[in-house]
Design a protein around this ligand. Structure first.
Ligand SMILES: Cc1cc2nc3c(=O)[nH]c(=O)nc-3n(C[C@H](O)[C@H](O)[C@H](O)COP(=O)(O)OP(=O)(O)OC[C@H]3O[C@@H](n4cnc5c(N)ncnc54)[C@H](O)[C@@H]3O)c2cc1C
Length: 154
């Protein structure tokens, strides 16, 4: 009876020690290969990535250069207003909302107007933060944001 209890206890102990060993070695393997998981973004990293997305979206917006489709441009206007409300940097979103109120996106313009409008809004933020002012000519904007690797305009 005593022996049976002892054997069971030793069995449980071996199981626990074994499981801990397996867990600890698998963690070492993950750490050795480098982290698979991203680090949380700082406000600056988030801003940089978001601007990249917004400028690329404007430059790749599905309109021909001189085409005006009010419906599509109104969609961008609506998107940006919602985007500003949920941007996960509340102070940035609030400033952006104020900018949208003051200078709305060109809903009667063309894609070129949208690209330049966004560049100028980004420059407003740059100015407020004491950053360099970007050259908002279409050539400079497109040299930075036109996608050439597999996301062509349809
Ligand atoms: C909508 C929005 C509002 C924000 N509001 C605030 C705020 O109120 N306060 C705050 O502290 N931060 C704000 N940020 C973050 C801030 O704008 C920067 O993104 C952050 O400080 C990192 O700056 P950065 O020097 O890496 O360059 P970023 O300004 O992030 O720019 C990234 C890159 O884009 C290029 N670029 C620069 N200017 C332009 C332009 N005008 N047009 C096109 N390309 C350009 C440059 O190559 C630059 O290196 C906001 C971000 C967004 C997206």
């Amino acid at each position: 009876m005593f022996n049976l209890k002892l054997v069971s206890l030793v069995g449980v102990a071996l199981f626990v020690v074994g499981s801990l060993y397996v867990l600890s070695t698998s963690r070492v393997v993950v750490e050795e290969k480098g982290s698979f998981y991203p680090e949380p973004l700082s406000k600056h990293q988030l801003g940089r990535n978001t601007w990249s997305y917004l400028h690329t979206m404007a430059t790749m917006f599905p309109l021909e250069d001189d085409e005006t489709e009010e419906e599509k441009l109104v969609m961008i206007d609506q998107f940006l207003r919602i985007f500003a409300k949920i941007f996960p940097c509340p102070i940035c979103g609030k400033h952006f909302e104020e900018m949208l109120q003051r200078t709305p996106p060109p809903t009667k313009g063309t894609r070129k107007d949208l690209e330049i409008w966004l560049c100028e809004r980004h420059n407003e933020v740059n100015k407020r933060l004491g950053k360099q002012i970007f050259d908002c000519t279409l050539e400079t904007i497109r040299a930075s944001y036109e996608q050439t690797d597999g996301c062509p305009i349809e």
